[in-house]
Design a protein around this ligand. Structure first.
Ligand code: B12
Ligand code: SF4
Length: 540
């Protein structure tokens, strides 16, 4: 935009003259200083405002909003955001109030609490706002979002689409998916938009600012995974740019432990080694996600040497048939070898398992138990969630929704609060979980048959798996404290029994215990032991 194009309407606004007055004339009328100030004020007023919303409850600052805000600022827009957190849960009216004065409202959505989000959309529409939605859920279900009242739906990556919307080049409907964006041409996330107090941990650091992306997407095509936003293509940031960003966050926000949030960090070996070389100089520690077929011992050692403390593998399942059926494209041998290499390299290993596939039988579960035993010493912790949840956009959903009758389950009230994050969170005010789900493994989707139907024998076998996962994890969390391990296991078994027979009582009693004022401290401690809480310490 040329300077004249901005100044012309300003002059008209200030002088009241239809024909633009030259700046000296304006200055003569108003006096120089006042004029400059008024010009500035008027320019500010002319800037359009974008409000970004993250409506599903989180603990950490969702970096997605920062990425979109940076793009909008480049386009000359003013931005602000509002995030629903466990610390300060919001109601529909809070979002409407915050939207006052906004020229556009952008909502980022996943398939979680969707009814609540649609309520927000409707309320915003009633208040006269223009609403654009984007994220995993709108990508999977664009028509549904339009029916719910959104003016524009962005499918896939958002940067280029948002630019077009802000420039007024696309005004209504489902925006056709754009080619993948060039990440190196995008601005770095705008971290200034968040209400930092909402995300400050006990250590004074801002949760979420530790999460950094060096790439987007994953070459895999697992049938249970919702990879529709980035599809099966990977795009990478220049590692120099990312290491600079890590340095910035270290220097400006005091963060010295980072989580590389890429779906799979280890796809490009040379890039990993280059990253290691650069990050080592920053003296920060970090963790990353990997696939068992995309690592080798040398690479893992180099990661360790560059202060990587842990690596998470999507191991998914210990049964060869299931691994093949879910399209993981990794063999059991690789799934055993990789964690062992990582352990040998001195890294802590986190293993993510998935179970509850509709074809599984007790035999499949037995294979998973054997698998856990095989990896007992190599893996520090197995993730405590991992019961299959068929997200829209996944092959599993398409294959089974009609057969098992869970078509569009996310629009039913009883499915709104599903999602491990809800009860895995120390700050979570909702009484939705039990002692055993928190300490062992959450198999409630399976036991309560939320999505699929299972035989009683299978469900029984899963319980055995849950206990083995728990026994393994407790050994890690309470090393050298066998009595504590035993007591927690006993309580967990009691909780399991209670949940099966008197679920209401278990969650009420359990919930009451968790809602004791020390709960958040106790759970933070537990999360720290499990390595979930960030390891960073505040240098200030
Ligand atoms: C890091 C991560 C987390 C982190 C942080 C999440 C956060 N809120 O910041 C943690 C560990 C906390 C987490 C938790 C959960 N996550 Co998660 N997570 C991811 C992961 C790996 C990266 C997310 C991300 O930031 N991507 C980078 C940004 C740039 O991508 P994006 O958010 O999609 O945004 C782009 C576009 O979608 C679009 N866009 C998005 N919003 C908007 C809005 C507007 C207005 C516009 C124009 C565009 C736009 O533009 C953006 C830039 O291109 C994704 C997988 C993935 N590859 O994306 C899963 C993913 C988002 N998570 C998922 C799930 C299920 C969860 C949990 C429910 C898990 C659970 N059971 O507890 C919770 C829910 C937490 C919550 N309330 O948000 C699913 C969502 C599937 C679905 N259909 O809903 C994903 C896709 C994983 C998967 N493949 O199945 N997650
Ligand atoms: S589960 Fe992991 S490996 Fe599979 S497609 Fe999703 S991100 Fe890729």
């Amino acid at each position: 935009m040329k300077t004249g194009e901005i100044l012309h309407p300003l002059r008209v606004a200030l002088t009241g003259k239809k024909h633009s007055a030259p700046p000296w004339e304006v200055a003569a009328i108003l006096g120089k200083d006042k004029t400059i100030q008024r010009l500035k004020d008027a320019k500010e007023k002319l800037r359009k405002k974008l409000l970004l919303i993250y409506p599903t409850m989180v603990t950490e600052a969702p970096i997605t909003l920062g990425m979109l805000s940076a793009v909008a600022k480049q386009e000359g827009w003013e931005t602000d955001c509002i995030v629903n957190t466990f610390k300060k849960p919001l109601v529909v009216q809070d979002f409407v109030q915050k939207a006052e004065g906004a020229d556009l409202v952008g909502i980022s959505m996943i398939t979680f609490d969707v009814l609540f989000v649609y309520e927000i959309v409707r309320a915003l529409k009633e208040a006269g706002h223009k609403v654009v939605v984007g994220g995993a859920h709108p990508t999977d279900c664009p028509e549904e979002c339009i029916e719910a009242g959104a003016d524009i739906v962005v499918v896939g990556e958002g940067e280029d689409s948002l630019r077009e919307i802000l420039r007024g080049e696309f005004t209504k409907g489902i925006m056709p998916r754009k080619p993948r964006v060039n990440l190196n041409k995008q601005p770095l996330p705008d971290l200034s938009i968040y209400d930092q107090d909402l995300f400050k941990g006990e250590d004074g650091l801002i949760k979420g600012f530790h999460r950094v992306y060096t790439s987007r997407g994953c070459p895999g095509c697992c049938t249970f995974c919702d990879w529709q936003v980035f599809r099966q293509t990977m795009k990478e940031y220049n590692v120099y740019k990312i290491v600079q960003e890590i340095k910035r966050r270290r220097d400006e926000y005091g963060i010295n432990s980072f989580s590389i949030a890429d779906d799979c960090f280890t796809v490009n070996r040379d890039r990993v080694l280059q990253f290691c070389k650069l990050i080592k100089k920053l003296n920060v520690d970090w963790r990353a996600n990997a696939r068992a077929n995309l690592v080798d011992l040398e690479m893992l050692k180099r990661m360790k040497d560059a202060n990587c403390h842990s690596v998470a593998f999507g191991l998914e399942n210990g049964d060869p048939e299931t691994l093949m059926k879910i399209g993981k494209m990794v063999t059991i041998e690789q799934n055993i070898q990789a964690p062992k290499w990582a352990h040998e390299a001195g890294l802590e290993v986190y293993g993510c398992l998935m179970t509850g596939f509709p074809w599984e039988t007790p035999k499949h579960v037995e294979n998973n138990i054997k698998y856990i035993h095989e990896l007992w010493d190599a893996v520090s912790l197995f993730q405590v969630s991992g019961s299959l949840m068929p997200f829209p956009g996944t092959a599993i959903y398409r294959m089974y929704n009609k057969e098992y009758g869970f078509t569009k389950y996310w629009l039913k009230p009883e499915f709104q609060k599903l999602g491990i994050q809800v009860y895995q969170n120390a700050l979570n005010p909702l009484k939705v979980s039990t002692f055993y789900q928190r300490y062992l493994f959450d198999d409630t989707y399976i036991q309560k048959e939320y999505f699929f139907k299972y035989t009683p024998e299978y469900k029984q076998a899963v319980r055995k798996l849950v206990k083995e996962i728990g026994r393994h994890n407790l050994e890690f969390m309470f090393k050298g404290q066998p009595n504590k391990q035993k007591w927690i296991m006993r309580l967990a078994k009691l909780s399991m029994w209670g949940y099966d027979h008197l679920p209401g009582l278990e969650t009420t009693v359990g919930g009451a215990l968790y809602h004791h004022k020390n709960r958040s401290k106790i759970e933070l401690l537990r999360d720290k032991r499990r390595g979930i809480s960030k390891r960073y310490t505040n240098p200030n």
